[in-house]
Ligand binder design. Sequence first.
Ligand code: BGC
Length: 829
Amino acid sequence: MTPTETHPQSIDALLNQMTLEEQVALLAGADVWRTLPIPRLNIPSLKVSDGPAGVRGGGSLVGGTPTAAFPVGIALGASWNTELLREIGMALAQEAHDKGASALLAPTINLFRSTLNGRNFESYAEDPYLTGTLATAYVQGLQAEGVAATVKHFVGNESEYQRNTISSDIPERAMRELYLRPFEMVVKDARPWAIMSSYNKVNGTYVSESTHLLMDILRGEWGFDGLVVSDWGGTYSGGESLRAGLDLEMPGPGQARQELLELAQHDPATREAVRRGAGNVLRLIERTGILAQARDASDGAEQGVEHEEARALIRRAGAEGTVLLKNDGSLLPLPAGARVAVIGPNAASAQVMGGGSAQMNAHRKVSPLEGLRAALGEDRVTYALGCDNDRYLPTLDVPVRIDYLGQDGEVIATEEKQGSEVMWASFPEGIQPESFRARLSLTLTSPQDAEYDLSLYSAGLSRLTVDSEEIIDNWTNWQPGDTYFAFGSNEVRARQFLSAGEHTAVVEVTPKAVEKSVAGFSAVRLGFRALLEANALQEAAQIAAQADYAVVCVGTTGEWETEGVDRQGLNLPGQQNELVRVVRAANPRTIVLLQTGGPVLMPWLDSVPALLQGWFPGQEAGHAFADVLTGRADPGGRLPQTFVSRLSDDPTHPETPDLQYPGENGHVEYKEGLFIGYRHVDDAGTQPLFPFGFGLSYSTFELSNARMSAERIVPGDSVTVSVTVTNTGQCWGQTVAQLYVRDMDVKLKRPYKELKGFAKVSLKPGEAETVEVQLDMRSLAYFDDDRKVWVADAGGFELLLGQNSVDLPIDLKFTLDSEWIQELHWKRM
Ligand code: BGC
């Protein structure tokens, strides 16, 4: 049977054949990752997967099918490389096919409003234009290969604090010019097949219940014709959310949607909304090609195959996003034959991704130590840990037996898993997610007679015994904490003497009654670690002194930068600042390799000659860093975020008045309006540690010969700007020509300048290339919140060109003859 024979009808015809029950059934998932199939009509189930830096597949957040881990959002944001994002989108489609997923829950395009947002690592940038441009390419790449993008989180989810209840109170101009803007660009330019509504409210109304956002703006003004899916557990009503434009409740089975059928039977408006929502679900199924094939894309097992091309792409992308922030005396790249001491908590432990729903079971995690050993030779590289930086004690990679217990403590089912963290995505038959009782058994091996640290945290109650002695009680005194999307406890630690040898650890777990939206979500993590040697810092200094160069790998991890909670501050955790200090004192040729999801304080900055920001660049991290450190690759990254010198320079730090961050009593007020990131730097005159757009190459570049297509324009015209970029240095390298627009005759207060164009250029020494940027009227305009129109004021505009947001040596001026206005064209869908 050919596809057309299977489904000859239009979606309308299909809807006509469906009963109301069937239409309603389509509006909530069948399970956590799938829509409901309707076999009678050959309508298959559609599987979705997180997202965004890889395709995790349909299992648990930990220990799922192995998959390729790509650079996180901020690392891609730092690449400023649109073509790279397109390639990554295409490669992710391949990964999605391997996992039987037809939609990827990606990309994340919320902006960096507060430096402390726990999820900044997942998004691209503080700037809407950079974010929108990169996201457009990613979505185009993904969808060109038949996999739906699910652009998220629409909208106003700029921090994790109380995200399920908080209202982001956003002034209209900031909403239009900043937070909606990347979504608008992607919807108009890449036509995504799905959008995910955010958990939060905007100006008092849940986004998933906002007709204004979902109908008037998204569909009416921008012409979005895809599916709106809730964030997981972010559907707060049945009929209301559906009528407002939220099509699909996830995960399933539906909770908020249970009353829908009855409602629809009596209320014509709801019935109409049911048909519309079901049609949008069908359209997504059709677009991904699985309707025509009349088979579940999720048929068959998930494939954990590793593609060599994906590995090469991830490695290249890692270097493309790595930002060289300092390189005094051209210390880098390392010369051939260099002997290098690789030091620090992120040296042997590869930090390749952030935490939360973006995590996955990577095929591999190449550490900086491994990468440098492969590049320089084993005998040229020494290693010392120096100190720790983990937030929680590390897990054990050992087999774990899970016995599920019956009423009388008898074993009624058993499973085997690997690793001392378990997040339940499914249960053996007959085991109730809301009320099970499980006993996890594993072997602890202590290398010597000594004290060890042990820890537990859990979503659900838990307790730990070692050799039958109770060590941790996280049961009788369970307290809500920060773990597991804020549904878990805090970590409870104990220090215990253990004799050398094997010990039996048993963890008991049972669910705790939790909020309705996550009923049945249970997880537990056992941590175990030997105490750090007392002379760990000195050892690090010693090997640094003996080497030609020291590379200190410091930063955070996915435990600090994660969904569900915000970052606690800008200090590097543990003794890492001290580690940099002692290593630098031992060897002046110290290079700091920083891996974080955003700015941190760097009290040692003046004393170290070289600094690289490497983010979390995916599974090939160590190889990508080695490429940059040895000069095999140029550090291609430029900061997509202002690196503040101190937290109080962030317009939304916790001491700001007026509930600006993290908010209170259910409200976070975006009172800073348009002035975030470099817009705030310009407005407040603060001195960033490193400005937006900044990053060095191993070569040097000059911009010259800047031209505009016209010096006077009339409303409706566009301006073409060209500039010649020349590599004036000694080696191949890359730079980003950046173009900012300044309105010289403003009627309303506007940011001093705004990014409106960029071009990444790769050149050999002496080579030159002329790049062009097109500016349309919207590039000049702001949103007039009185008149409710986009306006470009008549008068002068200045174009500022350079290689970062504070070094803009070229300026061109032109005049707009008269005011340009664009009305909001919308039709209620
Ligand atoms: C996150 C989404 C994610 C979803 C499914 C939510 O907690 O906010 O980004 O796609 O879970 O894992």
